[in-house]
Write a protein that binds this ligand. Structure first.
Ligand code: F6R
Length: 241
């Protein structure tokens, strides 16, 4: 595991954007696994700027998202689809057939999980971007999730709904369930880049670096992957040596 301590959020975003840019440069038909949330916004902006000022084409790139809320229509401003459309699909000039995200409104959610997992297997993810929750969740895999779980329906912990309430009118409006790639799905990616910013993430980053693998801290599953780069700012990295 490589650990890069960035000086601040901006530096973390720049480093992560450059890694993804290099991957696209090396292979224009690369498959990116992507995340939503507050942490990757700076990285997506930086990568959008790099792409805007470069001859590099994005028409062969494919993106696969980690998760989606259940019960929000894609047009809802808080759906992860809407987030991706604003932060990634539009600025990177991606067409619908390049963008994959679980369908949180599927009539049969179990089938949707199987379909999404089969797609991950069919295409393969070259590099997966991850954020991390304060409690160590990756994707929406909360503490206690099995490390071999595949794409699944999960119930969000009250603390996760509270953390994400900043995007909604109130905590009650945050969906209670989501479809998420499982930890087993995430570990299939050839390379993983995890970004974390701010003091609230310091304990989770500490767990990744210093704890044994434990389902109490889903992030520790990444210890079993051979190609992980962790990019954290000083605040998120303050507990690691
Ligand atoms: C998002 C996701 C989550 C977030 C995590 C951190 O697709 O799967 O694991 O990465 O909740 O969220 P932020 O970045 O908002 O602190």
């Amino acid at each position: 595991m490589k650990i890069n301590i960035a000086s601040d959020y901006h530096d973390m975003s720049r480093q992560a954007a450059e890694r993804f840019y290099e991957k696209l440069q090396a292979d224009p038909s690369v498959h990116f696994g992507l995340a939503t949330g507050g942490t990757p916004i700076g990285m997506y902006r930086h990568l959008s700027e790099l792409l805007a000022s470069s001859p590099l084409k994005t028409d062969a790139l494919k993106t696969f998202n980690l998760d989606e809320y259940i019960g929000l229509p894609p047009s809802d401003p808080n759906s992860f689809y809407s987030f991706m459309k604003e932060q990634v699909y539009k600025p990177w000039n991606l067409q619908a057939d390049q963008c994959f995200i679980p369908d949180g409104n599927a009539a049969d959610l179990e089938k949707e999980c199987e379909r999404y997992e089969a797609m991950i297997d069919q295409y393969g993810i070259d590099v997966q971007l991850l954020g991390v929750g304060k409690n160590g969740h990756i994707g929406f895999n909360e503490p206690g999730t099995r490390f071999d779980a595949l794409t699944q329906v999960v119930e969000l912990k009250p603390s996760t709904r509270k953390a994400n309430a900043r995007f909604f009118p109130s905590t009650d409006d945050v969906p209670t369930h989501a479809v998420t790639m499982g930890i087993g799905s995430i570990l299939k990616a050839k390379e993983i880049v995890l970004i974390a910013s701010g003091e609230a993430k310091a304990e989770a980053v500490y767990a990744l670096v210093h704890r044994e693998q434990t389902e109490d801290w889903p992030i520790t599953a990444l210890k079993q992957h051979r190609n992980v780069t962790v990019i954290v700012d000083e605040a998120a990295g303050r507990l690691i040596d």
